[in-house]
Design a protein around this ligand. Structure first.
Ligand SMILES: CC(C)(COP(=O)(O)OP(=O)(O)OC[C@H]1O[C@@H](n2cnc3c(N)ncnc32)[C@H](O)[C@@H]1OP(=O)(O)O)[C@@H](O)C(=O)NCCC(=O)NCCS
Length: 173
């Protein structure tokens, strides 16, 4: 079930992986060369520093759809995005932006300093998304992916984000 098939679906932003099998399916559909088994995803969410959110909607005929997923890991004042996946039919609706901003806001509240991520050199859509979110390329990892593709390493600062300061002036962290 996609947002196109059920445009009235109220989206829920939820903490955690969501149903592991659905998360693995979504990940495999988005990264066919690098599928992650449901068991590995589950183990990841139990590791120290793991952060995960997913976007879902009310179950239809007992089935829980997963529209988007973000996994990240924090260590000290640094963090990295491990995966970001949005179901194909639900793209260009701001779901990835919502998940990324949720992560950045969470890190900011925890006094995080910097956020890193990698993406395939040929992934123009993700590069546009990340640049729009303030990421800049800080390196290249040659032959990083299983298919031999290079990875671009990007980062952005989390600390001192005036945007969040103005949204959440009374937050105690
Ligand atoms: C990359 C991806 C996560 C984007 O998800 P999304 O929910 O469609 O992204 P958003 O709707 O938040 O897009 C925000 C902005 O990013 C840019 N963008 C996103 N997808 C784009 C595309 N296919 N082409 C050009 N720009 C794109 C646009 O500037 C977009 O704003 P706009 O729609 O107002 O023009 C999604 O396409 C995806 O899951 N791809 C496969 C997996 C992947 O590549 N993950 C990221 C690599 S780690």
């Amino acid at each position: 079930m996609s947002l196109k098939e059920d445009p009235g679906a109220g989206l829920l932003l939820c903490l955690g992986l969501g149903p592991p099998e659905a998360a693995a399916c979504l990940h495999a559909a988005c990264f066919p060369d690098e599928p992650w088994p449901a068991a590995d995803l589950t183990v990841f969410t139990r590791t120290p520093g793991a952060l995960a959110w997913h976007l879902t909607a009310r179950p239809v005929a007992g089935k829980q759809a997963l529209y988007a997923l973000l996994l990240a890991r924090a260590a000290g004042d640094e963090a990295e995005v491990l995966t970001l996946a949005v179901e194909r039919a639900s793209r260009r609706k701001g779901l990835a932006t919502l998940l990324m901003n949720t992560l950045i806001q969470t890190l900011w509240r925890r006094k995080g300093r910097v956020l890193f991520l990698e993406l395939a050199r040929n992934n123009g859509s993700a590069e546009t998304l990340y640049k729009r979110l303030g990421f800049r390329q800080v390196g290249t990892r040659q032959g990083y992916y299983r298919n031999g593709e290079d990875a671009l390493l990007m980062s952005r600062s989390v600390a001192g984000n005036e945007l969040f300061d103005s949204f959440y002036p009374n937050l105690t962290t």
